[in-house]
Design a binder for this molecule. Structure first.
Ligand code: AMP
Ligand code: ZN
Length: 668
C-alpha cells in the first residue's frame, strides 16, 4: 500500500469504527486500538500535508479558532412548532388537518429534545456546513465546532451524489453535563445552569478544541428535501444507515389515543432518559400529505409539539438567607422545607433580588410552589396566600450586610443590593482570592476554594498578595494540610509567578474585566501601570472597552488598598507586563483583515497567523466583504477561492505576505 492508500484506508476504518461506537453502540475494537489508529493517521497526515482533508477523523479534535461566526441564510426557513398542552388540543389539531386531507393520516411521534437545533448540509456525502437556527431565516455558521461532535458524521456512509440537508438537535446529555460542572466547581469556576444553555453556549465558543471537550451529542429529526423519501419513518431508518444518530424511541400510529399514551409515558418517565426533553413532537408521516398541508407563516401545519408542564411542587419557605458575592452583590436565597422535585431533593431556591420578592410578596413561612423548568436551579413560581398565617409580615430587605454589618446600597439601574465594604467584608475578601487562584486566572495548583476560606479564617491571608508571604510552617497542620499538601501549595503559589500578564489582570477581579476584556487591555496597554494610570477617555478609546468597564477600572485604581496590593505583587515578581513575543513587531498591517487557508511551505498555519497578528493585522476565519486579503496555500478549499473571487478580494501567497510585511511590496 502506498501512503495515500494507507491514509484513505485508515480514514475509512476510523469513520466506520466511530459509527459503530457512537451510533450503533456496538464497538468492534477497544478504545485503545482506536486511539492508536487515530495517532497513526495523525502522524501520516502531518508528514504528508498534501493529503489534508477537512473531514478526516483527525479533525474531530478541533483546533481551529473562529473569531466571529459568519451568517448563513437557510435554504428553507427553520420554523418553530405549534404548541399543544392537552389531548383536546391534539384532537383540535387533527380536526383542522382532516379538513384538508381526507385520506387516513399516520403520525410519527418523537421526543422533543431540549437542546439547540442545527442544520447540516452535505455535498457529495461530505459535511460542508453546520448552521444554527438563529432567527429561523439565517443562523451562524458553526461548522468547525460541530465537526468535533462524534455523532455528527463527517462523511455519509454509502455513495452520495449531490446535496443532502438534514436537521437535528444538539444536546448535552445529563451525565456529561454533571461531570463538566463537577470539574468546573473543582477549578473554582461557576457551574453551568442547565444542559440546554450549555449546549448552545458550547457551539458558540471560539476555540473548537474547547468544544471538543464538551460532551455534546446530535440527534437527527428531519430531512429538508421531501423528494428523497416517501415518509418520515423511511427517512429515520435511512438516516441511521447513513451514519446519523437517531433516537430509537419513536412511535408510529394512526390513533391519537395511542399517541397520547406515548406522551403520558414519557412525561412520567423522562427523568430516566440520558438527556433532557421538554415534550413530544407529532408529525404527519407521509411526505405527500405534508406537502398538501404546507406551512403557516410560523410553523408547519403537519407537525405539533406537545409541551410537558414544568415539574412543580409545593413546600414551606422556612427562612431567607443572603449570599454575598465577590463583588459585594447580595443574593437572597429561599431555604425550603426539603421536598422531592423531579427526582431531586430541593432545599433552596434563588430569590434573585428585592424586586423579585416584592413582586410576588413572598414572606417567610409562606407555602410556595417551586418549579424545575429548563434550569437546574429551581425557582419559586407562586405563593399560596390562602395558607398564609394571620400574623405573617411583609418581607423587608435588610438594610445592612448580613456578613459585615455595613449599610447596603442599591445603585441606579441595578437590580441587586451591594455591600460596599470592599476591604472589610469577609465573603468578598475570600471570593476575590478564590477568583485570583481559579483556573483561568493564576491557576494555583494545590490550593482549593475551601482552603482559601480556611486561610482567611485563620488570619493567614487577607488579600491575594498575602499568598506569596505564606510559609510552610504556617500552613502545615491546618485542617487537611499534611506536609505533602503544604508543599504542593507553596510550589503552586511560586509557579503562578510565570502566569502571563493577561491572566493576572483577569485574576485581579476588577468588575466587568472578564477574560476577553483582560486580553484586550493587556494587548493594548502592555503593562499594568499604563492601564491604571489611564483616564476615562483613554480607556474608552480602546476597541470594545465601554463606559461601564472604564468606570470600573478607574474605581479600582482609586482604591489605595488595591494599589498597595499591586505594589506588593510587583515585589513578588508577578507578571505585570506582556512578554515580548506577544508584543507587536510592527503595525504595518493595521486595519487589514486576513483569511488564511491551505497548506504552506515555509510556515505552519499558526505561524502565518501569528505573523499577521504581531504586525497589526486581524485574522478572520471566513471571507466576507470586510476581508482585505486571502492568504492562500496549496490545497485551499475551492469554495473559499470562489467566494474571494466573487467579492473581489485579493488572493496572495505566503511570499507576497512576507513581502507585504517587510515593506517591499507592490500591492498597496
Ligand atoms: P420551539 O422552539 O418550542 O418552537 O420548538 C421547535 C424546536 O423543537 C425545533 O426548532 C427543534 O429544535 C426542537 N425539536 C426537538 N426535538 C425535535 C423533534 N423530534 N422534531 C422536531 N423538532 C424538534
Ligand atoms: Zn458586607
Amino acid at each position: 500500500m502506498n501512503i495515500s492508500e494507507k491514509i484513505f484506508s485508515l480514514r475509512k476504518k476510523l469513520h466506520d469504527h466511530s459509527y459503530r461506537y457512537y451510533v450503533l453502540d456496538d464497538p468492534l475494537i477497544s478504545d485503545y486500538d482506536f486511539d492508536m489508529m487515530l495517532k497513526e493517521l495523525e502522524r501520516l497526515e502531518e508528514e504528508n500535508p498534501e493529503y489534508f482533508d477537512v473531514n478526516s477523523p483527525t479533525q474531530r479534535v478541533g483546533g481551529s479558532v473562529t473569531k466571529s461566526f459568519i451568517t448563513s441564510v437557510h435554504s428553507t426557513p427553520m420554523y418553530s412548532l405549534d404548541n399543544s398542552y392537552s389531548l383536546e388540543d391534539l384532537k383540535e389539531w387533527e380536526k383542522r388537518i382532516k379538513k384538508i386531507i381526507d385520506t387516513q393520516i399516520e403520525y410519527t411521534c418523537e421526543l422533543k429534545f431540549d437542546g439547540v437545533s442545527i442544520n447540516l448540509t452535505y455535498k457529495e456525502g461530505e459535511l460542508v456546513r453546520a448552521v444554527t437556527r438563529g432567527d429561523g431565516v439565517k443562523g451562524d455558521d458553526v461548522t468547525n465546532n460541530v465537526k468535533t461532535i462524534p455523532t455528527v458524521p463527517l462523511k455519509l456512509r454509502g455513495d452520495f451524489k449531490g446535496e443532502f440537508e438534514a436537521r437535528g438537535e444538539i444536546v448535552m446529555p445529563i451525565s456529561g453535563f454533571n461531570k463538566l460542572n463537577l470539574s468546573r466547581v473543582e477549578n473554582g469556576e461557576e457551574p453551568f445552569k442547565n444542559p440546554r444553555n450549555t449546549a448552545s453556549g458550547s457551539l458558540k465558543l471560539q476555540d473548537s478544541k474547547e468544544v471538543s471537550n464538551r460532551p455534546l451529542e446530535c440527534l437527527l429529526y428531519s430531512v429538508e428535501d421531501p423528494k428523497l423519501f416517501n415518509n418520515h419513518i423511511e427517512f429515520l431508518q435511512n438516516a441511521k444507515s447513513y451514519g446519523f444518530n437517531i433516537y430509537n424511541n419513536y412511535k408510529h400510529s394512526t390513533s391519537l389515543d395511542e399517541i397520547f399514551e406515548f406522551i403520558e409515558h414519557w412525561e412520567k418517565n423522562r427523568s430516566g432518559l440520558p438527556f433532557e426533553i421538554d415534550g413530544v413532537v407529532l408529525k404527519v408521516n407521509d411526505f405527500y400529505q405534508r406537502e398538501v398541508l404546507g406551512f403557516t407563516s410560523k410553523f408547519p401545519r403537519w407537525a405539533m409539539a406537545y409541551k410537558f408542564k414544568p415539574e412543580n411542587t409545593g413546600t414551606r419557605l422556612n427562612s431567607i438567607s443572603f449570599q454575598v458575592g465577590r463583588t459585594g452583590s447580595i443574593t437572597p436565597v429561599a431555604n425550603l422545607e426539603p421536598v422531592n422535585l423531579a427526582g431531586t431533593i430541593v432545599k433552596r431556591a434563588s430569590l434573585h433580588n428585592a424586586d423579585f420578592i416584592e413582586s410576588m410578596d413572598i414572606r417567610v413561612g409562606d407555602f410556595v410552589y417551586v418549579e424545575k423548568g429548563g434550569d437546574i436551579i429551581p425557582k419559586i413560581t407562586n405563593v399560596d396566600k390562602s395558607k398564609r398565617a394571620l400574623d405573617s409580615k411583609k418581607f423587608e430587605f435588610p438594610e445592612f450586610c448580613p456578613e459585615c454589618g455595613s449599610k447596603l446600597q442599591r445603585l441606579e439601574g441595578e437590580a441587586n443590593h451591594y455591600c460596599l465594604n470592599y476591604n472589610g467584608c469577609k465573603p468578598q475578601i475570600i471570593g476575590r482570592i478564590q477568583h485570583y487562584i481559579s483556573r483561568k486566572a493564576l491557576d494555583i495548583e494545590g490550593l482549593g476554594q475551601e482552603t482559601v476560606a480556611l486561610l482567611v479564617n485563620n488570619g493567614l491571608i487577607n488579600n491575594y498578595s498575602d499568598l506569596y508571604d505564606l510559609r510552610f510552617d504556617q500552613i502545615v497542620g491546618l485542617e487537611r494540610m499534611a506536609e505533602k499538601s503544604a508543599n504542593n501549595l507553596i510550589n503552586g503559589i511560586l509557579d503562578s509567578k510565570n502566569i502571563p500578564f493577561e491572566r493576572v489582570l483577569y485574576g485581579l477581579g476588577i468588575r466587568y474585566v472578564g477574560e476577553t476584556v483582560a486580553k484586550k487591555l493587556a494587548k493594548h496597554f502592555e503593562n499594568i501601570d499604563n492601564i491604571l494610570n489611564s483616564d476615562f477617555e483613554k480607556l474608552i478609546s480602546v476597541d470594545e472597552i465601554g463606559e461601564k468597564i472604564a468606570k470600573s477600572i478607574i474605581e479600582f485604581s482609586q482604591n489605595e488598598q488595591n494599589i498597595e496590593i499591586i505594589n506588593s505583587l510587583k515585589n513578588h515578581n508577578i507578571q505585570f507586563e506582556i512578554d515580548d513575543s506577544a508584543k507587536n513587531i510592527s503595525s504595518i498591517l493595521l486595519g487589514k483583515s486576513f483569511v488564511v487557508s491551505g497548506v504552506f511551505s515555509n510556515f505552519s498555519r499558526d505561524e502565518i497567523k501569528k505573523l499577521i497578528e504581531t504586525n497589526g493585522g486581524k485574522i478572520s476565519s471566513s471571507i466576507s466583504s470586510k476581508t482585505t486579503y486571502l492568504v492562500a496555500g496549496s490545497n485551499m478549499g475551492p469554495s473559499k477561492k470562489e467566494k474571494a473571487e466573487k467579492l473581489n478580494i485579493k488572493i496572495i501567497s505566503e511570499t507576497e505576505l512576507t513581502n507585504l510585511i517587510s515593506g517591499q511590496n507592490l500591492l498597496f
